[in-house]
Design a protein around this ligand. Structure first.
Ligand code: HEC
Ligand code: HEC
Length: 444
């Protein structure tokens, strides 16, 4: 074949082949193996996957059931309170009421006037907390709640076990029994979904059904709708977003001089910003906590002290030399969505009693607790002085750490245009044959 004929054939082949080439965004190459931004070399021509963007649908029946349960305001006595009333999606599944956050920061149960004693932590990103246990290296680890008391031992899953508590808690949803919860679910609009996941309502074993409810809620809390990993920080790990200079500086300080990452751990491609261990950071009391004025539930009144983990261990029957050194410790919370709020200036509360009202304030506390005038700690024993209290951060450095924490809010929209390049790949699949032409509708 002559040369120009060969070229012509190649040209024709290319024209026929081109439509079979699909533009396929392929799954991202692994994020940088180390999470050290300062040293990470950017992956040039980064590939990415649209599948990484959350879809609102796509829940499994179990997750969908969990979602129905999570938002069902009929599951309380009196009705009106669902999990979401204290764990609102718009604030990262923690307390969504600005007026409460600005004050005592604890939430009212279904019965008016009955307040809990601690600030709701995030119900998202909690699913990896292991069954509560003691380790040689890090002390007590895991479980749910600020003090770990939903250990997860019974169900083998702390998150599922926790989900069964609020329905029956008189300071929360206040239902009288598991049977009542199951009854209400069997009378709900999502009964069919419940039966698909947990079995027929007719003659159901109440205890099994109740546990099934717990597992469904946990499945929803772990689903990609709640535990999203869609923050600017996550996308920056995939080279789909670029942190500003200040955010990067904050990240360096978070790991380095600020020592934050010692507890709000950032290992792996999907860091949780907690290691589920316990510490006493020396938080002051929150004098606005209405629990101080609830004699029915708190006979100690204003003398009540929240001893956290140590108190739980004591009530669980541990020896004094086990629980004493844990008094005043609380579980390290995730920092994911710590700044997520419906609008700028919306007040959130931080720490187990919500004493702090801004990220600036709590960072300043970490920086200066031991060198400036702060109110006394709620529990003066077992305070961590090795990793916090006098960090020597400048005002700019404090601000940079806050800027970094603001990159941890889910729902960031990555910039596809500038952040990566589409990759054209040869798609091996053959084109589908065209459908047979339909007979022209005529003359019937
Ligand atoms: C009246 C407010 C309120 C309601 C209603 C409520 N919670 Fe909570 N939730 C809290 C508070 C307060 C805590 C922390 C309690 C503690 O540590 O002692 C908490 C803790 C949690 C935690 C533990 C997170 C962690 O990291 O330890 C999860 C998960 C959770 N709630 C999910 C739920 C679910 C699921 C429901 C509905 C079945 C629910 N909550 C209903 C206030 C509420
Ligand atoms: C020694 C472990 C440790 C270190 C180091 C540490 N934290 Fe914490 N952090 C905790 C614990 C424990 C709590 C909960 C304390 C409480 O409620 O009493 C907490 C709470 C927080 C909260 C409140 C979150 C919420 O949802 O209520 C923020 C914000 C925070 N830390 C940020 C930081 C920053 C920023 C640094 C570094 C300057 C840092 N932490 C260093 C253990 C630590």
């Amino acid at each position: 074949m002559k040369m120009h004929n060969k070229l012509r054939l190649l040209g024709i082949m290319l024209i026929f082949l081109l439509p079979m080439w699909l533009v396929v965004p392929v799954a991202n190459a692994q994020p940088p193996a180390n999470d050290d931004f300062d040293n990470a070399t950017p992956i040039t021509g980064a590939l990415y996957s649209f599948a990484l963007i959350p879809t609102s649908g796509g829940l499994t029946p179990q997750e969908e059931l969990g979602k129905n349960l999570f938002f069902d305001t009929n599951l309380s006595e009196p009705t009106g309170q669902s999990c979401a009333v204290c764990h609102g999606p718009e604030v990262g599944y923690t307390g969504p009421d600005e007026a409460l956050n600005a004050g005592g920061a604890v939430y009212e149960g279904a019965v008016p006037g009955r307040f809990g004693n601690r600030k709701p932590p995030a119900a998202a990103y909690a699913g990896d907390s292991p069954i509560f246990h003691l380790t040689k290296k890090s002390g007590w680890v895991g479980g749910m709640f600020w003090d770990g008391r939903a250990t997860g031992e019974r169900l083998g899953d702390p998150l599922a076990e926790q989900a069964l508590g609020p329905f029956l808690n008189p300071l929360e949803q206040n239902l009288p029994s598991p049977a009542e919860v199951v009854d209400k679910v069997c009378g709900s609009s999502y009964k069919a979904l419940f039966e698909e996941v947990c079995g027929q309502c007719d003659g159901i074993d109440v205890n099994q059904a109740y546990d099934c409810i717990g597992f469904a809620i946990a499945a929803y809390e772990r689903s990609s709708e709640v535990t999203q990993f869609t923050s600017k920080y996550d996308y920056s790990l995939k080279e789909m977003a670029t942190l500003t200079q200040e955010e990067r500086k904050g990240f360096s300080l978070f790991k380095g001089k600020g020592k934050c990452a010692k507890c709000h751990v950032i290992n792996g491609p999907k860091p949780l910003f907690t290691d589920f261990t316990y510490d006493n950071i020396g938080m002051p009391k929150n004098p606005l906590n209405p629990f101080y004025n609830e004699p029915e539930w708190n006979p100690l009144g204003s003398a009540w002290v929240d001893y956290g983990l140590g108190e739980f261990l004591q009530s669980a029957g541990y020896d004094v030399n086990v629980y004493e050194k844990e008094l005043g410790k609380f579980k390290v919370p995730t920092l994911r969505n710590v700044d997520l709020r419906p609008y700028e200036g919306f007040v959130k509360a931080f720490g187990h009693n919500g004493y702090f009202k801004s990220l600036e304030e709590i960072v300043h506390f970490y920086n200066t607790r031991d060198v400036e005038d702060w109110p006394d700690p709620e529990v003066p024993m077992n305070i961590n002085t090795a990793e916090l209290g006098n960090l020597g951060l400048t005002a700019d450095e404090e601000a940079a750490i806050v800027a970094f924490m603001k990159t941890l809010s889910d729902g960031y929209i990555p910039d596809f245009e500038s952040s990566g390049q589409m990759v054209i790949q040869l798609h091996p699949k053959k084109r589908k044959p065209l459908p047979e032409p339909k007979p022209f509708p005529c003359c019937m």
